[in-house]
Design a protein around this ligand. Structure first.
Ligand code: NAD
Length: 362
């Protein structure tokens, strides 16, 4: 039976990079016989412009009906003046929440060809392979009360609430332990248990879940130390599990270790392993419309989709090998350009990956 894929290009560079990822999906469908039906819908600012809401009902219905969603990115200065309830990011958070996508997998892998593109010394980052498992539907991004209120004095006060239930912590920790079992069997749980009661509970639950996984080594680290350790000695980490906000911040930091945020894909999974796949970067308004954005994070998101939702690990490997082959040809988008390489635009990079995919064959 065909798998149903929903494409949400989004805003800014979203449509540019997603177009290249779609080329890869179409190549897998037309040249290699993968049974895929591909649909497209609006999300974010483009959806607001068309329908007055960043998450239109039609998009939500398609997302529920499809097996997997591929998203570019949403947001941009054009929509910043809007009320927060209809800002593009609200559409994305709403979609994650509606689909129950609580587990966000963010690998930070350094392609050997890009060791020079990192701002860290090659010996610190070469061979880097970290998996950050970020809780995605709870924590301070969703907690209530929230908002900005005016006190009797006339002064305004902003409020957000960090909240996690034991079951929310337990299920994300289980995802991390299960994944660590297929890797080097180490989980580091990141919290701020010394000052935040909510993450004291996080540490307690992580420890309890850990007793069900005797072959996995569990360590705990405060988030401030984790940020420092990530740039000091990143290879000490294997699987990192953490809250929504800490994971958001640490994964951008980990991204830079790999040379560019334009290289990193992500998967957001629900309990049935239905997934939304997206680059970890945003809509990059500073370079949007110029055809220079790096499409590799979006293409690597397709590889994650093949691996985690479509049950096609061999095809996933092939896509990743095709990306490596394009880098071997010394082709680089501007964000990863280095001496002795050829700087190419978004479409040329996508075409090179598709050509490599065809060359690799079955
Ligand atoms: P950003 O990730 O869009 O950009 C940060 C920097 O990285 C910019 O200099 C940008 O040019 C560069 N960059 C990002 N992706 C790149 C790529 N593929 N190739 C080359 N360079 C790339 O983050 P930001 O500037 O903080 O946010 C811009 C907008 O994106 C905001 O509206 C923000 O809310 C939104 N955003 C959306 C998502 C999402 O949709 N998941 C995530 C983060 C930010």
């Amino acid at each position: 039976m065909s798998k149903q894929i929903l494409i949400l290009p989004g805003d800014g560079i979203g449509p540019e990079i997603v177009a290249e990822a779609v080329k890869v999906l179409v190549c897998l469908r037309d040249d290699f016989g993968l049974a895929l039906d591909i649909y497209e819908a609006l999300l974010g600012g483009s959806a607001y412009d068309e329908h007055g809401h960043p998450l239109p009902e039609e998009t939500l219905r398609l997302a529920h009906d499809c097996d997997a969603v591929l998203l570019g990115a949403v947001g941009g200065p054009k929509w910043e003046p809007l009320d927060i309830s209809v800002r593009p990011e609200k559409g994305l958070l709403g979609l994650r929440s509606e689909l129950g996508l609580f587990a966000n997998l963010r690998p930070a892998i350094l392609f050997p060809q890009l060791a020079d593109a990192s701002t860290l010394k090659p010996e610190v980052v070469s061979g880097l392979d970290i998996l950050i498992v970020r809780e995605l539907t709870g924590g301070i991004y969703f907690g209530r009360p929230r908002g900005v209120e005016t006190l009797d004095s006339g002064e305004r006060r902003g409020i957000n609430t960090l909240v996690y239930t034991e079951s929310e912590i337990e299920r994300i920790c289980r995802v991390a332990f299960d994944l660590a079992g297929k890797r080097s069997k180490r989980v580091c749980s990141v919290d701020k248990a010394n000052v935040l009661e909510c993450t004291e509970l996080w540490r307690e639950v992580a420890t309890r879940v850990g007793t069900d996984y005797p072959d996995i080594e569990l360590s705990h680290m405060y988030v401030d130390n984790a940020a420092m350790q990530l740039v000091r000695a990143p290879k000490q980490f294997d699987v990192v599990v953490t809250t929504n906000m800490f994971g958001d911040i640490l994964s951008d930091c980990a991204a830079q270790l790999t040379g560019s945020i334009g290289m990193l894909p992500s998967a957001s999974l629900n309990a049935e392993e239905k997934g939304m796949y997206e680059p970890i970067h945003g809509s990059a308004p500073d370079i949007a419309g110029r055809g220079v954005a790096n499409p590799l994070a979006a293409i690597l998101s397709v590889a994650m989709m093949l691996r985690y939702t479509l049950g096609e690990p061999v095809q996933a490997d092939r896509v990743e090998r095709a990306v490596a082959a394009a880098l071997d040809q010394r082709l680089r988008t501007a964000d990863i350009a280095a001496k002795g390489t050829e700087t190419v635009g978004t479409a040329r990079m996508g075409d090179a990956v598709v050509a490599a995919l065809r060359e690799i064959g079955d």
